[in-house]
Design a protein. Structure first.
Length: 133
């Protein structure tokens, strides 16, 4: 999760379904979780980030997503922008910052609305402990 200085959340619009989601993706062999987060934000949004804290590790099957043939744990980090400009990629058609009240239609195979609410809670209160199931 990447927030700017005024509390807006970075989202990308996925080409696959036109929905919006925080940048993210699959791990490559030998990448650490933080390396994956840094790479995926750069690839999908154009921003270079630094990982600042772990927000949570959640079982995808327990978060309301449609079933898929793999068992997946999603690892969520808070990140801060260190450089770059909004740049869509081969996977994304748009990159934008959104206030809490203006979240666009989400890519529901990639992010659930209750998780967006959770991440804003982490932005509001940096003392919250990491969540896991």
């Amino acid at each position: 999760m990447v927030f700017d200085d005024v509390g807006r959340l970075l989202l990308v619009r996925k080409n696959a379904d036109g929905g919006w989601t925080p940048p993210g993706g699959w791990a490559d062999v030998a990448d650490s979780p933080a390396q994956v987060a840094i790479r995926e934000v750069a690839e999908e949004s154009g921003y270079q980030v630094r990982v600042t804290r772990l927000l949570g590790v959640l079982d995808r099957d327990k978060q309301g997503y449609s079933p898929i043939p793999w068992h997946v744990y999603n690892i969520y980090f808070m990140c801060e922008v260190i450089s770059g400009v909004a740049t869509p990629s081969s996977e994304t058609s748009a990159v934008a910052w959104f206030e809490r009240q203006q979240i666009p239609p989400l890519s529901l195979d990639r992010i659930q609305p209750h998780l967006i609410d959770l991440f804003f809670a982490y932005y509001d209160d940096p003392t919250l402990p990491a969540v896991f199931d």
